[in-house]
Design a protein around this ligand. Structure first.
Ligand code: 8Y7
Length: 277
C-alpha cells in the first residue's frame, strides 16, 4: 500500500486515517451554506478546523449539491483565492481546493494549494493537463450523471464493479498525463448519482475499490443517506456521520471528508488504538 500522498510542499503520511475538514465558501451549500462568506468568518473556521485536528482543509467555491447553480470562474476565484493565500501563509494544514475548472486549478496552485479535489475526476476539457501542470495531488471522485440530475434515477448493474472501473480508467488517464501514483487519491463519491442502497453497498465493500494500493477518500458527512437512516436534519447528523466515517475507516478509507472534525478525530483515535494491537 502507498500509505503516503505527495503534495507540492509536503508529503502526507497515511499510516493512519486523516481527517479533511470541509469549508464551503458558497451561499448555497446544504449544510453550511452562507456561513463563511465573510473572509474573517472563513479564516476563523479554517483555524477552528485545524485546531480540531483536520490535517487537510477542503475549500469549496462552487456548490455541487443536486440542483446547484453553476458559478463563473471569476466568482469562484474571488471566493477561494484570498483565503487560500491567507492559509498558505498562516496554516499548517494541507490545502485542498474543490474545483473542476482548469483556470481555478492553476490559480489555486499558484496561491499555495496542495490538493485538487475534483468531483468530475478531471474530465472537464483541459482539467487533466492543468492538474498535471500544477504538481498538486488530485482526488478523483466517481459521479454518475451530473449534479443537476444525478439523483433522479441512479442505476447500476454492479455498483462496486462500475465505480471501480471508472476510477481505474481515471487513474490510467492521470498516469498518461504524467500524474504519478503518489499524487492520486480515489473516492467512490457517496451520494453522487447513488441511491441509499448503492451508498450502503459501496460503504460495506469500500476495500474492493483499492486500486494498485492508492489511498481512498470517503465523504459521507451529513449527507442525505445519513438523514434517511437517522431521520435527522443536516445539523443533527453528527453522530450518524461519525459512525459512517468509522465504518469507512475500518473498510480502508485513508482520508475522511467531514464537517465535524473533532468528533471524527476522536472516533478514529479509538479505532487506531484497536487496530494497532
Ligand atoms: C464530496 C466532495 C462533496 C465527496 C469529495 C457534500 C466536494 C457534497 N462531497 N469531494 N465534495 N468527496 N472528494 O455533501 O464525497 O459535502 S460536496
Amino acid at each position: 500500500m502507498t500509505a503516503r500522498l505527495r503534495c507540492p510542499q509536503r508529503t502526507l503520511d497515511l499510516q493512519q486515517p486523516l481527517v479533511m475538514g470541509v469549508l464551503n465558501l458558497t451561499p448555497d451549500s446544504f449544510s453550511d451554506g452562507g456561513r463563511y462568506l465573510e473572509p474573517e468568518q472563513a479564516r476563523l473556521r479554517a483555524a477552528d478546523l485545524e485546531a480540531q485536528g483536520a490535517a487537510i482543509i477542503d475549500l469549496g467555491g462552487e456548490s455541487t449539491r443536486p440542483g446547484a447553480a453553476p458559478v463563473p470562474v471569476a466568482e469562484e476565484l474571488r471566493r477561494v483565492l484570498p483565503l487560500l493565500q491567507s492559509l498558505h501563509a498562516n496554516s499548517r494544514a494541507v490545502l485542498s481546493v474543490d474545483t473542476s475548472k482548469p483556470e481555478v486549478m492553476r490559480a489555486a496552485a499558484a496561491a499555495g494549494a496542495d490538493l485538487i479535489n475534483d468531483v468530475y475526476a478531471l474530465r472537464a476539457p483541459g482539467a487533466l493537463a492543468a492538474a498535471a501542470e500544477t504538481g498538486c495531488a488530485v482526488c478523483l471522485m466517481h459521479m454518475q450523471g451530473e449534479p443537476r440530475t444525478m439523483q433522479l434515477a441512479p442505476h447500476y448493474t454492479d455498483v462496486v464493479a462500475e465505480v471501480r472501473a471508472f476510477l481505474a480508467e481515471r487513474v490510467a488517464a492521470c498516469r498518461a498525463a504524467g500524474i504519478a501514483d503518489e499524487r492520486i487519491v480515489l473516492d467512490p463519491g457517496f451520494g453522487f448519482g447513488k441511491t441509499l442502497e448503492h451508498n450502503l453497498t459501496l460503504l460495506s465493500r469500500l476495500s474492493e475499490l483499492r486500486i494498485d494500493g492508492l489511498p481512498i477518500l470517503a465523504g459521507l458527512s451529513r449527507k442525505s443517506m445519513i438523514g434517511t437512516l437517522t431521520g435527522k436534519a443536516p445539523a443533527e447528523r453528527v453522530h450518524g456521520s461519525v459512525a459512517a466515517a468509522l465504518i469507512a475507516a475500518q473498510n480502508g478509507a485513508d482520508i475522511l471528508r467531514v464537517h465535524d472534525v473533532a468528533a471524527t478525530v476522536d472516533a478514529l483515535k479509538v479505532l487506531s488504538a484497536v487496530v494497532r494491537r
